[in-house]
Write a protein that binds this ligand. Structure first.
Ligand code: ZN
Length: 184
């Protein structure tokens, strides 16, 4: 549960910590504004992917389903700075599929928490495995990390790519290759 009062106090301390005057006009409402913004940015803690993946449709055709270029915004847990980019999801159904928009919703549930890109990739794949019981899942995330581009090594535009395979994607190179072709 988001504790707005604690966030406000913390932001005030943070501002004082960097030597700011928290009473000046531009900053007076900042702690309150950030507390309200965090309700949305970290809303994923309140949600379970099962809500989105719980409703399934039965199919006879178990061909690969690909949802690509799902835009996401998340927050790096090491620096509390955004990382953002695209998620690509593929799965081979085993008689059950989810509504296409539900794949994007699932990615969002996990993105709206403090994250590591590797962990986010795995959580999306595991949620699909758990709720749809498909033959296999593959998830790829391409993202730019503000903690890499606005500080430290400063490589604007550099992308971090993570890939997770579950089920039959793990030992079937043809399936992985098909996925890569479809997202290009
Ligand atoms: Zn970081």
């Amino acid at each position: 549960m988001i504790d707005q009062e604690k966030i406000k106090q913390a932001v005030q301390l943070l501002l004082e910590g960097i030597g700011e005057d928290i009473t000046r006009e531009g900053l007076v409402e900042t702690p309150d504004r950030i507390a309200r913004m965090y309700e949305e940015v970290y809303s994923g803690y309140e949600e379970d992917a099962g809500i989105h993946l719980g409703k399934v449709f039965h199919v006879n055709n178990n061909e690969m389903v690909v949802e690509k270029d799902i835009t996401f915004y998340s927050t790096c847990e090491h620096h509390l700075l955004p990382f953002y980019g695209k998620v690509h999801i593929a799965y081979i159904p085993d008689g059950k599929v989810a509504g296409l928009s539900k794949l994007a919703r699932t990615a969002e549930v996990y993105a709206k928490r403090l994250q590591l890109q590797e962990q986010l990739t795995g959580q999306i794949a595991d949620a699909l495995m758990e709720h749809l019981q498909p033959k296999g899942v593959m998830v790829m995330i391409e993202a730019e990390h503000m903690c890499m581009t606005m500080r430290g090594i400063k490589k604007p535009g550099s992308q971090t790519v993570t890939i997770v395979k579950r089920g039959i994607f793990q030992d079937n190179k043809d399936l992985s290759d098909t996925f890569f072709q479809m997202i290009r």
